[in-house]
Design a protein around this ligand. Structure first.
Ligand SMILES: NC(=O)C1=CN([C@@H]2O[C@H](COP(=O)(O)OP(=O)(O)OC[C@H]3O[C@@H](n4cnc5c(N)ncnc54)[C@H](O)[C@@H]3O)[C@@H](O)[C@H]2O)C=CC1
Ligand SMILES: N[C@@H](CC=O)C(=O)O
Length: 812
């Protein structure tokens, strides 16, 4: 004997019902089979609505009933040949007339009792099972319709009746003897001792099937639905969710209790008792393997079998010094909640016994709060307890797996993954059976949390990183090129699915949570709305994507102002823009502190030396206990290029223009030529070395005539040309001594300086080529010979690669 149950979607239309008939007949060829059916998809809700409308004196219940009748009549016409329709059509008519009389009575009384509601909703399964039976009859398949109301005996708790197995099992055994190969029975409905219809709770058709399977000692129970098994996570939230091949009864029960709607939780009990294998199969893809629920499934490497979520829930906290060491508080709390029929989903109590926290589903929260406040009114008014604290819009996300038991580190990985993504955990519960680790988090974080956990436990293969790039000029454009080129390699070698989900320039922005096509980003950006940084960051945060990195490749102070808000939501910030790290010390320190507080990263390696590993090296020295005594550096690619290429044969202004054209200067080249950019860099290095300097503390000895700084950039170039003799003079003075001009930054004894120097051959800074930078670190360990970092210190390609490296650091 075997039992197959078909859900509402499987019998929703005549076309679907043909599949059910085929599957049922195929099963019956193998062994005698009981087929249990749900109501046609949506019918139970419509019946409840009709009853409620009637009770509320709303005559539109008749429209609903008419629609239901039409739907069933249509199913008959689709399912049965013309000649065989009349009996089924009149059966539907009769049932629908009964339904109408029932609702008319409710309308007249203005009252819908639980008992009447059960009778009303039971028609859904009665009709659908009659339809399936008629379909089998029309195909000449021998079968027998069983009335579950006569076989499943329950108490009179209408709406959620309790089964009397001692009475039920013999009745089922006597009815389904195996004399015919196929039995059809309505799910959900049962009978009270007085013969009235009861129901087994929403989703109760699964339970009906399990009751049949248990009573008959079936070789298997198959639950046929519209998904290919129990999934590792809710597929509506996690694209990478996949069916679980095999799972234990306990795990399936945990998962279905916590939101995996594919199985009604009580279903498992009757089959678990006798170890009957339970299959979850897809009516629309019967060839898919589905999920086998069994006693001892094989171990899996992740230790976690699935991730579930339920929400919205509310968290209620009872707290106060009066609770400590006083027995009976929890008993009173739970008794009060039970009196109000509030189902407690999760409980935590700190070992200090100072507070008890319970999660209840949001629709129960008002009753729960009221019940607890009343129960403890005296203690609250005398100050022994605080008034009950309530938090709404929360959800529970849980890891489920029997193998988690005795495997250390799983909760650590869970909390770490959530923390890194700014998901705050409001409460935690883990039973000592270690089958379930539950966290209470904000409802709005659920999608992100489940995806992060799914990646952590089921997709060891790939980690998704979501990047937004603000600034697509010189460096930003190169960065996008490099990202596009490297995406396949990152996926293959580092298991990183690095997607650009947003772009902005000074005019427009675009955000696409599915990731932008990097071969066509210009068109996407051009089609985006006008730039509104607030809207960009608000929309980005609203998307609440996991592992998000915001990359600033502008030179804009306004963009730099967005960092704090992003970091505070655990979005990593990679800044090529030097504005933030060289702003007031308090702001620089605040951003670093925010990154630490919210478990994310604020990285700005390219602020000094472009793609050279200057800040990273300095930090490595400091972390390993070294101390910086002195720094000496050439930190401007532009100025080094200019002084390496200027010898008076071409005008100074022309060489500066060339540096700008080659992408070495700041968007405003005056920042380079005034030494401001170098001052920013030595300031950042000093701060990283532990000195809280401000910009005015950096001594800047400018070499530009003051007139060059009056007016805009074109005027600046004109003034450079006008002061050609000044620049030639500087060059000649150095060259006549066999020296080279270098714009040098230094830091010693807490003092930072920048200025033009003539450097003699043999000096570490003499032989720098082109746009090179060099940084010399003199430390406790590098005393005589400095640690030297040298190489191209400007240019889009190298800078973009430095930004890229920061993005990868942030991603990890
Ligand atoms: N060029 C180089 O060698 C290096 C540059 N950097 C830094 O890289 C940054 C960018 O430099 P480039 O690419 O050369 O500049 P760029 O002028 O070529 O590009 C700047 C980009 O930022 C965009 N932008 C400006 N204001 C914006 C705003 N409010 N919102 C969104 N986008 C905005 C512009 O539309 C443009 O796409 C600068 O902060 C610079 O200091 C750092 C190290 C080396
Ligand atoms: N304009 C800068 C670019 C790197 O920071 C420079 O010339 O060094």
């Amino acid at each position: 004997m075997q039992v197959l149950k078909f859900g509402g979607s499987s019998v929703a239309t005549a076309e679907n019902m043909f599949r059910v008939l085929n599957l049922a007949e195929a099963a019956a060829r193998h062994a005698p089979t009981v087929v249990v059916v749900s109501a046609l998809g949506g019918v139970t809700d419509a019946l409840i609505a009709a009853g409620r409308r009637a009770a509320a004196a709303d005559g539109s219940y008749r429209d609903l009933l008419r629609e239901l009748e039409l739907r069933h009549l249509e199913a008959v016409r689709g399912l049965l040949p013309l000649t065989g329709q009349s009996a089924a059509l009149s059966l539907i008519k009769t049932n629908c007339n009964e339904l109408e009389s029932l609702c008319d009575g409710v309308f007249a009384l203005g009252e819908l009792s639980a008992r009447t509601l059960d009778r009303l909703v039971g028609y859904g399964e009665l009709l659908s099972s009659r339809l399936v039976a008629a379909g089998l009859g029309a195909r000449g398949t021998a079968h027998q319709w069983l009335d579950s109301r006569q076989l499943i005996r329950t108490d009179a708790r209408y709406g959620h009746a309790t089964v009397d197995f001692a009475a039920t099992n013999p009745l089922i055994q006597a009815a389904a003897t195996g004399e015919v190969a196929l039995y059809v029975a309505p799910g959900f409905v049962a009978g009270a001792p007085d013969g009235t219809t009861t129901t087994l709770g929403r989703g109760g058709s699964d339970y009906t099937a399990a009751i049949f399977a248990g009573a008959l000692g079936a070789e298997k129970l198959e639950i046929w639905t519209d998904v290919s098994g129990m999934m590792t996570a809710d597929p509506r939230l996690v694209r990478a969710a996949r069916p679980i091949a095999r799972i234990s009864y306990q795990e399936a029960m945990e998962l279905s209790h916590f939101g995996a709607k594919v199985l009604y939780p009580p279903t498992i009990q009757p089959v678990m008792k006798s170890g009957i294998p339970l299959w979850i199969k897809n009516t629309f893809a019967p060839e898919d393997a589905g999920t086998l629920v069994e006693v001892a499934p094989p171990a899996n490497q992740a230790f976690v079998r699935g991730i579930s979520s339920i929400g919205p829930v509310a968290l209620l906290r009872l707290e106060g010094s009066g609770m400590v060491g006083v027995p009976g508080f929890s008993r009173r709390l739970f008794a009060a909640l039970a009196r109000e029929q509030v189902n407690v989903i999760l409980i935590t109590q700190s070992s200090s016994e100072h507070s008890i926290c319970v999660a209840v589903s949001t629709p129960d929260a008002d009753r729960a709060q009221h019940a607890a406040d009343q129960e403890f009114a005296a203690e609250i008014s005398s100050g022994l307890l605080d008034p009950l604290d309530r938090e709404d819009e929360l959800a529970i996300v849980a890891l489920v797996g029997e193998q988690m038991k005795n495997h250390p580190g799983i909760s650590g990985r869970m909390f770490g993954a959530l923390g890194q993504n700014g998901v705050n955990i409001r409460a935690i519960a883990q039973g000592s059976s270690e089958k379930n680790i539950s966290t209470v988090i904000r409802q709005q974080d659920v999608r992100k949390a489940i995806n992060v956990l799914h990646e952590t436990f089921f997709e060891a293969t790939t980690r998704q990183v979501n990047v937004v790039v603000a600034g697509v000029g010189n460096v930003g454009r190169k960065l996008l090129e490099q990202l596009a080129r490297q995406q396949p390699w990152l996926r293959e070698k580092l298991r990183l699915n690095l997607r650009v989900v947003g772009l902005a320039n000074s005019r427009q922005f675009v955000l696409d949570e599915n990731g932008l096509d990097l071969t066509n980003w210009e068109a996407a950006l051009a089609a985006g709305p006008a730039l509104d940084l607030d809207q960009l960051t608000t929309s980005l945060l609203a998307l609440n994507l996991r592992n998000t990195v915001f990359v600033d490749v502008t030179a804009s102070p306004t963009v730099a102002q967005t960092y704090a808000g992003l970091l505070a939501r655990s979005v990593a910030v990679v800044a090529c823009n030097k504005v933030a790290a060289s702003s007031e010390y308090a702001q620089y320190a605040r951003l670093k502190a925010l990154a630490q507080e919210f478990n994310t990263q604020f990285l700005f390696e390219t602020n000094v030396g472009a793609g050279l590993p200057v800040i990273g090296t300095l930090n490595d020295l400091l972390r390993s206990g070294d101390e910086v005594q002195r720094m000496q550096a050439v930190l401007s690619g532009t100025l080094n290029f200019v002084f390496n290429n200027y010898d008076g044969t071409r005008p100074f202004a022309e060489v500066v223009r060339q540096a700008q054209a080659e992408g070495y200067t700041e968007p405003d080249p005056r920042l380079d030529l005034t030494g401001t950019d170098v001052a920013r860099k030595i300031l950042i290095l000093a701060r990283e070395a532990g000195y809280p300097l401000e910009m005015p503390d950096v001594e800047n000895d400018p070499f530009l005539p003051a007139a060059c700084l009056e007016g805009d950039v074109p005027a600046f170039y004109e003034q450079l040309a006008a002061h050609e003799a000044h620049f030639k003079g500087l060059y000649d003075a150095a060259a006549n001594q066999g020296k080279k001009l270098r714009f040098v930054a230094s830091f010693e004894n807490g003092q930072a300086r920048v200025g033009l120097q003539s450097v003699a051959p043999g000096h570490d800074l003499y032989s720098l080529q082109g746009k090179d930078n060099a940084v010399l670190f003199y430390t406790n360990r590098y005393v005589e010979q400095p640690l030297v970092i040298k190489g191209a210190g400007a240019g889009a390609e190298v800078t973009a690669s430095g930004v890229f490296a920061d993005v990868l650091r942030a991603a990890h």
